[in-house]
Ligand binder design. Structure first.
Ligand SMILES: C[S@@+](CC[C@H](N)C(=O)[O-])C[C@H]1O[C@@H](n2cnc3c(N)ncnc32)[C@H](O)[C@@H]1O
Length: 197
């Protein structure tokens, strides 16, 4: 992500974080235990919500995002290790993690299937795999608009796709989806799945 966008990220997101996302992040991660992998941790928006984990390992490929997350990382209640890596090539052994978390990130990975297969590989059997993602709406007009806007949006927001069928991809890649909560009329989905090997 370009450094202009990364520097603006927290400021742009602040209103929605305060009204909605902060609460969702908290309910998604605060009770999770064991060793947690967070994919594409960005400016560290989830870091303050980890309360019961033994340890969090966060991967983030963008240097400027990693630097911006440093304060939140050092102030977190639990130990967070931050690593330069991409979701498509995770530098971890098979069956390493008790939980995997990804928020607003599957829209941006270059190869969604490869990223999900890597998550599958490094997560333990039956590990919770938790996402907050925006998705393509199943409404002809809005969905079409998301398709039309995506090429420009991708350039502005460093690879973010507005029109991914992320829930379907999660299912197709062999995760068992247990719960889906819709936010903003289904534009954002809070997805709780489990890793089936
Ligand atoms: C919209 S930001 C979301 C950041 C954070 N997860 C959040 O909830 O605020 C998307 C993040 O995904 C990261 N990203 C992009 N491509 C990635 C990839 N292939 N693997 C892992 N992270 C990636 C970006 O660098 C950026 O930090």
């Amino acid at each position: 992500m370009g450094s202009i966008f990364s520097k603006a990220y927290d400021r742009v997101m602040k209103p929605v974080e305060q009204r909605r996302f902060g609460k969702i992040r908290k309910q998604l991660v605060s009770n999770q235990q064991g060793t947690i992998l967070e994919i594409g941790s960005g400016t560290g928006a989830n870091f303050s919500y980890y309360k019961n984990a033994e340890k969090v390992i966060a991967i983030e490929p963008d240097k400027s995002m990693r630097e911006l997350s440093e304060k939140k990382r050092s102030e977190a209640a639990i130990s967070i290790e931050l690593i330069d890596a991409t979701a498509e090539r995770l530098p971890f052994e098979d069956n390493t993690f008790d939980v995997v978390v990804g928020t607003l990130v599957l829209c941006s990975v270059t190869d969604l299937d490869q990223a999900l297969q890597e998550i599958k590989r490094v997560a333990k059997y039956e590990a919770p795999v938790l996402f907050l993602e925006h998705v393509r709406l199943d409404q002809p007009l809005v969905g079409k608009l998301q398709d039309v806007v995506t090429p420009i949006w991708k350039r502005m927001c460093d690879g973010c796709h507005l029109n991914r069928n992320t829930l379907e991809s999660i299912k197709q890649n062999g995760f068992r989806v247990e719960q889906v909560d819709e936010h903003f009329k289904g534009l954002f989905l809070e997805i709780r799945a489990r890793n089936e090997k």
